[in-house]
Design a protein around this ligand. Structure first.
Ligand code: SAH
Length: 358
């Protein structure tokens, strides 16, 4: 059997269309049904004449991922989707349904992560396989197919799942281009957010390529020693460099910068640090998200700041006029929160693969 070509391989699919001799307009309709309307593979194929439908279906790969498991939170509107890659690894996406009816999808860009942040379960996996653009986008397609049954659709795509997006810049960039392409998903760039641990040079390159896409920096501390303690990569990208990077990104981009600040008890949550943060931010126009810590098994030495501390920290920032939001965690009962994604399952898979090789 011939190799299947991916539905995302625009040129390859067009060649196949010529070979099967059907009109470009039919392919356009198939793409609208599949990408824009999320009608699913069957309905998209129904746009083609019966004579070529089977041949096309046989030679095109629509879904690089298989949905392995779905977990719905009993507490809130979160749904975790666990996908199996062709190599047998598991990755996760999280659907977040807000009270307003708006839906965000948190996508993964890698299996594992080389950044190895102390507070993050994905970082503790100690490996990083980058996903392809098709694998990143299949998370959106499958989530949308599922949401269609509820009369909803993904409104915001946030790269806050497993992995460091700027360590997989090529595929993430291609995925965003495809997502925003008017003939494909036609998703507005202003509803895409890429969160990074702070890969300084790549942040500037990213802002130049996508000036209308939101960028968030996981800052977590403005003390170099503290930041290094929780984010090993902070050694390579020290705070003064990051401060310059943010100023540069702000000059290039049209969107307001976002900063994430994980609140860890006794580590980075003192009021002095809130004041230092204000000083560090002077001259920047940012929105700060204070995020609660979601406990992870491998970091028993870390605990989240209590509510009162988070509120006092936020008050310092707000009273200085810095837009600040205290975030709440979703999907706590299904381990869908930031930094908790599929570590356990992947260990089981890695172990099974190792056994199989013996
Ligand atoms: N690598 C990217 C995106 C992945 S994680 C980044 O570092 O930004 C998305 C956000 O979740 C980051 O701000 C990350 O620091 C945070 N995070 C990771 N583990 C967490 C945990 N256990 N609790 C709360 N937030 C966590």
């Amino acid at each position: 059997m011939q190799d299947r070509r991916s539905i995302y391989d625009t040129r390859g699919i067009d060649e196949l269309r010529r070979e099967l001799r059907f009109e470009p307009g039919l392919l356009r309709r198939l793409r609208i049904a599949y990408f824009k309307k999320s009608l699913g593979t069957e309905a998209a194929l129904a746009e083609l004449p019966a004579g070529v439908r089977d041949a096309f279906a046989e030679r095109v790969e629509f879904h690089p991922f298989v949905l392995h498991k779905r977990c719905d939170s009993q507490l809130d509107g979160a749904t975790k989707l666990i996908f199996r890659t062709a190599a047998g690894m598991l990755i996760e996406s999280v659907i977040l349904r807000a009270g307003t009816g708006r839906v965000a999808l948190c996508v993964s860009s890698q299996v594992g992560c080389a950044a190895a942040c102390d507070f993050c379960a994905t970082g503790k996996m100690g490996m990083a396989h980058s996903l392809s653009a098709a694998e990143i986008l299949d998370q959106v397609v499958q989530a949308n197919e599922l949401l269609r049954g509820e009369g909803r659709a993904v409104r915001n795509v946030v790269f806050m799942g497993m992995g460091e997006p700027l360590h997989n810049e090529d595929a993430v960039g291609r995925a965003i281009e495809t997502l925003c392409d008017p003939s494909l998903f036609h998703h507005p760039p202003s509803r895409v957010l890429v969160s990074t641990v702070g890969v300084a040079d790549r942040m500037v390159a990213f802002a130049e390529r996508f000036p209308g896409v939101n960028l968030a920096l996981s800052l977590h501390s403005v003390r170099q020693g503290t930041r290094e303690q929780i984010i090993p990569l902070a050694k390579r990208y020290p705070l003064p460099m990051l401060r310059e990077t943010l100023a540069e990104v702000q000059r290039i981009q049209t969107r307001q910068l976002m900063l994430e600040y994980l609140m860890l008890a006794g580590v980075n949550d003192s009021l002095e640090e809130a004041t230092e943060l204000l000083k560090w931010l002077d001259g920047l126009d940012v929105h700060i998200n204070l995020i609660p810590f979601n406990p992870v098994e491998d970091a028993p030495h870390l605990t989240g700041s209590d509510r009162e501390t988070r509120e006092r920290f936020a008050a310092v920032l707000k009273s200085a006029g810095v837009p600040t939001t205290i975030r709440y965690s979703m999907g706590a009962d299904i381990e869908a929160a930031c930094g908790q994604l599929v570590r356990t399952e992947n260990h089981a898979v890695a172990a099974a693969l190792a056994r199989a090789r013996c």
